[in-house]
Design a protein around this ligand. Structure first.
Ligand SMILES: O=C(O)COP(=O)(O)O
Ligand SMILES: [Mg+2]
Length: 232
């Protein structure tokens, strides 16, 4: 039997490393208020995060997750969102339990790590820095780093290439269907965290992720696997 031992671990950001939904809700609602539109609830935001800020804002304007076309005011709402999210980026956002411990253990194993998020790049590094997480990641790929975002596999392939590791030798840790579909298309095994913003939970029923684990539990497993590797 051949054991899969990843040479690099790539992480989603919102809903995987950081619970950013409260601050995203605040930024969206300030933007909606600027346009005289009614607010959304945090529960709605949790169901609508995962396909980038623009899709979140368009869903908030439409008042529903499934939208055929972006509402006409999306441009104005996006400009407002960029303005407001800067002001409330880390007011209530917090790192999920087990993340810092898990990342530290993976760093101790000298595992190369990257963040691959659909979040706009203007917010990725400031958020990671404010929460003390940037030191773990050699590579960051944001929603606007490339012309396409997850579920397209390109951001994952780009991050793996930047780390110098083959996609099939990397592991992706995420929370959403976009993560799962991107990982599948990239030929990269995926671990799903047992929290986050799955969007439509039903999609995971048809195509489950390989495993569901917290970041600290994943790191502990990889440490144990690594020790086995060293022993043989
Ligand atoms: O901006 C989003 O939609 C969420 O970004 P994520 O890819 O880090 O979950
Ligand atoms: Mg996510």
């Amino acid at each position: 039997m051949t054991l899969f031992y990843p040479q690099a671990v790539l992480f989603d950001l919102d809903g995987t490393l950081v619970d950013s939904a409260p601050d995203l809700t605040t930024a969206v609602n300030r933007s909606l208020a600027d346009l005289g539109r009614p607010p959304i609830t945090e529960a709605q935001a949790r169901a609508w995060i995962g396909n980038g800020a623009r899709r979140l804002v368009a869903r908030a304007l439409a008042g529903q997750r499934e939208i055929d076309a972006e509402p006409a005011q999306t441009e104005a709402a996006m400009a407002a969102f960029f303005h407001h999210y800067r002001d409330c980026l880390v007011q209530a956002s917090r790192v999920y339990d087990g993340v810092v411990e898990g990342l530290a253990q993976l760093a101790a194993l000298e595992c190369p790590m990257a963040v691959v998020t659909n979040k706009p790049g203007a917010f990725t590094l400031p958020l990671l820095e404010a929460l003390g997480l940037e030191r773990f990641f050699a590579v960051r790929v944001s929603g606007d780093t490339l012309a396409v975002k997850k579920p397209d596999p390109a951001p994952l392939l780009h991050a793996a290439a930047q780390l110098g590791v083959a996609a099939g030798q990397s592991l992706y840790v995420g929370d959403s269907a976009a993560d799962r579909d991107a990982a599948w298309a990239a030929g990269m095994p995926m671990v799903r965290v047992p929290y986050g913003y799955p969007g439509d939970e039903a999609v995971f029923a048809d195509h489950p992720a390989a495993m569901t684990l917290r970041v600290d539990a994943l790191a502990a497993r990889l440490a144990a696997l690594g020790a086995m590797h060293d022993a043989v």
